[in-house]
Write a protein that binds this ligand. Structure first.
Ligand code: IMP
Ligand code: MG
Length: 172
């Protein structure tokens, strides 16, 4: 049985989310931004972020999945659920839980930029740069974390642990 151990506490996450929200509020005030959450992992972060931002904003979601040989290195991403909002000439902010290899976000940036938004930026709460396969520009970053598999605050391991309020690693 694996046991979760907190590496970033709910208090530290809350403080950092507030800081990110302050920055985003300054940059997007009056722009009615569209926040696009990447399901499922980002649902906790997005809900805290949008309330901390406290400016008019719209919300939509995409869901992406890797497919192919089932190995990590297959690196093929497909869209499982598309956004429902037209984004042409909108200020779009992608809200991700974690950028790991960068493949998911790279796919999404390419996919969304094709629809000609007024601006397109990326906000991720966690960044694991040591595993990056493709470069992605991160405009708002919560925490840089070491190369470990993390769960909690929306992030899962086989759909478990999303409910944990702290960011945790799993230990034997
Ligand atoms: P990437 O394409 O490798 O950057 O994958 C990013 C996606 O993989 C994230 O949106 C997460 O859903 C998932 N992921 C990557 N690392 C972790 C982790 O440590 N815990 C949970 N999910 C992760
Ligand atoms: Mg994700």
């Amino acid at each position: 049985m694996k046991k979760p151990r907190a590496i970033i506490t709910r208090e530290d996450i809350a403080k950092r989310v507030d800081e990110l929200a302050d920055q985003i509020r300054r940059d997007y005030r009056g722009k009615n931004p569209l926040l696009i959450g990447v399901l499922k992992g980002s649902f906790v972060f997005l809900s805290d972020l949008v309330r901390a931002m406290n400016i008019p904003a719209e919300i939509d979601f995409v869901r992406l999945a890797s497919y192919g040989a089932g190995t990590e290195s297959s690196g093929k991403i497909k869209l499982v659920k598309d956004i429902e909002t037209p984004i042409k000439d909108r200020h779009v902010l992608i809200v991700e839980d974690i950028v790991d290899r960068g493949l998911t976000v790279r796919f999404l940036l390419d996919y969304l930029s094709f629809r000609k938004p007024a601006s397109l930026k990326l906000c991720t709460l966690f960044d694991k740069p040591s595993r990056r396969k493709v470069e992605v520009p991160i405009d708002y970053r919560g925490f840089t974390i070491p190369d470990a598999f993390v769960v909690g605050y929306g992030l899962d391991c086989n759909e478990q642990y999303r409910y944990l309020p702290d960011l945790c690693v799993l230990e034997e």
